[in-house]
Design a binder for this molecule. Structure first.
Ligand code: NDP
Length: 505
């Protein structure tokens, strides 16, 4: 039974997590590089539980019993290496037979985590990459936790993690060992990618609603979206608050109008997109949401475009009721497509890095505490892993070269089985696909951009065509200028055509 744990880094997340641990009865050893922050923390929250302030990293270790669990809640990057290296060096100097687990609870890049796990494993230390979602409130009241590390690391730490985690729809802790080394950080990274996509979709819809039905309709629309049986969840709940937020004292109708149109990002969205490109796995909804944020920084370019061709006024004639019906159908399909893209990416990476991540466990730990928690996650529960293993057996064909990894396409076919009939009924529904098409028409008529929803529509529409009719044009052009060759549907082998292309005289 672990009674003492340490938290290093008392910023937004670390401070809240330390309080969560103390409220659960742990004696928490706290340390922060800037000491005044730790003193301040004790002044404000010292009464909430048992805290002891350590003055150095060595002192952190001294204040812990032989089973040492240290949470690092630090900015991702160099800080993790600096602090972990020192902790491991101190542990080696003075502690024999102790168990040291270092839990990196930040948003570290998964390739860094893989390297760190290997490096510290050689020194007998369990290094755990723990995805933590839920923001400050989640860290305090119960976050969703995505564990990546060895079985031994799980054995040493799971009791503490289960105590502080949120609860799933059945009251079980929202934490599990998703796989070795960086499995947890990869899943957290993709979770953030899905979060980008859903936020982008919701923002586009509310922007359209505001332009068509006006400010007064926003509150009612957010209520109805939140209460719709196919929708709901934390982000729509948050949006309900956003559209009702008034600026104090000014009487200004919506605080939204006062917020600058520049969105930042801290790395996970970019890494999700980069990883997907590297792994040959399309995630257009997430890519579009990321690019939208990148475009938000291009205000000089926007000013040139808008001077030259500012879109003319609104032309849409759809009724408020008709519009809301399109929105329900389109959004319920689009959000599920974002989950589908993210989960396929997780599974593709899992095969490549031999993590064996069960996608159903990912969706289970997302049921509580995290930013993308929503009722639809229940739709993943009806596919137990055993059924999945049976159904998917043989879907990935054996290769002549046993080291050749399965393709993203082969893995995708396997992942479909993780999607229950309830999920598929909405994610692959013809009527909702049509409603998404109609909704995009409304955006186009109104001259309003819809990066994420239109990319999602294009993805779904493309996937509905078994033959990609544009690709033969591309292949022929590639052969024409570069002699790259192409395969034929009627003959085996690779072919080149004779090209005689003359520049016009
Ligand atoms: P903060 O910026 O609030 O805190 C960062 C902490 O890292 C501070 O305690 C800081 O110490 C410490 N630190 C930074 N560099 C060093 C260093 N070189 N050596 C020692 N300590 C260092 O960050 P957050 O709490 O918001 O985030 C922590 C991690 O959690 C990040 O990886 C973040 O991406 C992730 N995360 C954040 C979420 C959020 O909603 N904020 C949600 C989920 C994950 P000092 O006070 O001395 O500067």
């Amino acid at each position: 039974m672990v009674s003492h744990v340490a938290v290093i880094g008392l910023g937004v997340m670390g401070g809240a997590l330390a309080r969560n641990l103390a409220r659960k009865g742990y004696h928490v050893v706290i340390y922060n590089r800037t000491h005044s922050k730790a003193e301040n923390f004790l002044r404000h929250y010292g009464h909430e539980g048992k805290f002891t302030r350590a003055s150095t990293l060595n002192d952190v270790l001294c204040k812990l019993p032989t089973t040492k669990i240290v949470f690092l809640m630090l900015s991702a990057g160099k800080a993790i290496d600096i602090v972990s290296d020192e902790l491991v060096a101190e542990a080696h100097k003075r502690l024999e037979g102790d168990q040291l687990s270092i839990i990196d609870g930040g948003n570290s890049f998964y390739k860094d985590t893989m390297e760190r796990c290997k490096r510290y494993d050689e020194k007998g230390v369990e290094f755990i990459g723990l995805g933590v979602s839920g923001g400050k409130e989640g860290a305090l009241l119960g976050p969703s936790l995505m564990f990546g590390g060895s079985e031994r690391g799980w054995e040493w730490t799971h009791e503490v993690l289960e105590k502080i985690a949120a609860k799933d729809f059945h009251g079980k802790p929202c934490v599990t060992r998703l796989g070795p080394n960086a499995a947890g950080h990869f899943v957290k990274m993709v979770h953030n990618g899905i979060e980008y996509a859903i936020m982008g979709m919701i923002a586009e819809i509310f922007n359209l609603l505001r332009a068509t039905i006006g400010d007064r309709g926003l509150g009612i629309s957010s209520d109805s979206l939140l209460e719709h049986p196919d929708l709901g969840g934390f982000l729509l709940e948050l949006m309900r608050h956003v559209v009702r937020k008034r600026e104090l004292g000014s009487g200004h109708p919506l605080v939204l109008d006062k917020i600058k149109d520049i969105a930042g990002h801290k790395g996970t969205g970019l890494w999700t997109c980069q990883s997907a490109l590297e792994l040959g796995c399309p995630i257009p909804s997430i890519q579009a949401a990321f690019e939208e944020r990148a475009m938000s920084a291009q205000y000089a370019v926007r000013s040139v475009y808008s001077d030259a061709m500012k879109p003319s006024g609104l032309k849409t004639t759809v009724s408020a009721e008709g519009l809301m019906n399109r929105v329900y159908g389109a959004l319920s399909l689009a959000i599920r497509q974002a989950f589908s893209q993210g989960l396929i990416l997780i599974r593709v990476a899992s095969k490549k890095y031999e993590w064996d991540i069960d996608v159903q466990q990912c969706t289970r730990v997302w049921e509580g505490g995290c930013i993308i928690r929503m009722p639809l996650l229940r739709e993943f529960e009806t596919r137990p892993k055993e059924t999945l293993d049976k159904k998917t057996k043989g879907l990935i064909p054996a290769k002549e070269d046993p080291d050749e990894p399965p393709t993203a396409d082969e893995i995708t076919r396997e992942v479909w089985w993780a999607f229950s009939p309830e999920f598929r009924k909405i994610a692959f529904d013809k009527k909702r696909h049509h409603q998404l098409q109609e909704l995009i028409h409304t955006f186009v008529d109104a001259g309003i951009p819809c990066h994420v929803l239109s990319s999602t529509l294009n993805y779904v529409t493309q996937m509905c065509h078994e033959r990609m009719e544009t690709i033969p044009y591309i292949q022929a052009m590639r052969d024409g200028f570069g002699g790259h060759g192409f395969e034929r549907i009627d003959l085996d082998g690779r072919y080149n055509l004779e090209w005689t292309i003359h520049a016009e005289e």
